[in-house]
Design a binder for this molecule. Structure first.
Ligand SMILES: [Zn+2]
Length: 265
């Protein structure tokens, strides 16, 4: 129990949060569903209103073939961004549905912290559209795992929920347990790029018994937001070390410094 004593105050806060969420669920039964990004009542269960939908910055071609970030000029299929050339990622392709902006941030936050798992359906649909080629070619869909202590506190891993929805929607194999987060890491918020990379170094692993599941397989790694890319790069390396043939990355939102003035918090 020592481990929990360390985080005792966090646990109490979380209990209060849970009580708050329960109250929220009771309120949900009485009130019409509201947009998670702006709070206006909406008709549908997914929640995102038409105005917020328009404020989302969907990533369309031309984009970098490796990193999936928008390119200013259309240089044809296979064109790479300067960033992908300067620092090639270990994964083959990365795609995201939207650029991270304020509206995307509110949706992600609502999904992650405000106990609105139904937002996952909306996010997964957008991801399935942007990542169709990646999904079609994937043998396994694997979420970026959470450390078990954080999972215990948060109740669900939002990336796992997205990965499961995507896998089932495209009849791919969902493999939530092969990749493990073996080292508990600090939250990446507030860390610069170098600190983020150091924070997640060797944080992931695949146990010997799970290696045959990955051997020679093409993996689609799923996360909700890709910020510096340090996490998905490190997770990709662990999958490749364990024998995966190739790894692609699919996220809902991609932080691109300088675009949309996005800072992920
Ligand atoms: Zn809205």
């Amino acid at each position: 129990m020592l481990v929990f004593m360390d985080h005792g105050s966090g646990l109490i806060t979380e209990r209060l949060n849970r009580a708050g969420r329960l109250a929220g669920r009771v309120a949900d039964l009485l009130l019409p569903p509201t947009c998670p990004a702006c709070g206006v009542p909406t008709g549908g269960p997914d929640g995102v209103c038409a105005a917020c939908f328009r404020r989302l910055s969907f990533i369309e071609a031309p984009f970098c073939a490796r990193l999936g970030r928008p390119l200013r000029y259309d240089l044809g299929a296979g064109a790479l961004s300067a960033e992908a050339i300067a620092d090639p990622p270990p994964f083959t392709r990365q795609r995201a549905a939207v650029l991270y902006n304020e509206t995307a941030g509110r949706i992600v936050h609502g999904f992650k912290y405000r106990d609105r798992p139904e937002l996952g359906a909306f996010m997964a649909r957008a991801m399935a559209r942007s990542g169709k080629a990646l999904l079609d070619e994937a043998d396994l869909v694997v979420p970026v795992p959470m450390h078990r202590l954080r999972l215990f506190l948060r109740r669900y891993n939002q990336s796992a929920l997205l990965a499961k929805t995507l896998a089932h929607g495209s009849e791919r194999t969902y493999a939530p347990l092969v990749l493990k987060r073996t080292r508990r890491t600090r939250r990446q918020v507030g860390l610069d790029q170098k600190a983020r990379a150091a924070n997640v170094k060797r944080a992931f692993s695949v146990s010997m018994k799970d290696r045959p599941v990955l051997a020679g397989r093409r993996v689609l790694l799923v996360d909700d937001v890709v910020t510096s890319g340090a996490t998905v790069r490190e997770a990709t390396k662990a999958l490749l070390r364990a024998g995966a043939l190739a790894v692609d990355v699919l996220a809902f939102a991609l932080v691109v410094p300088g675009e949309e003035g996005a800072l992920y918090a």
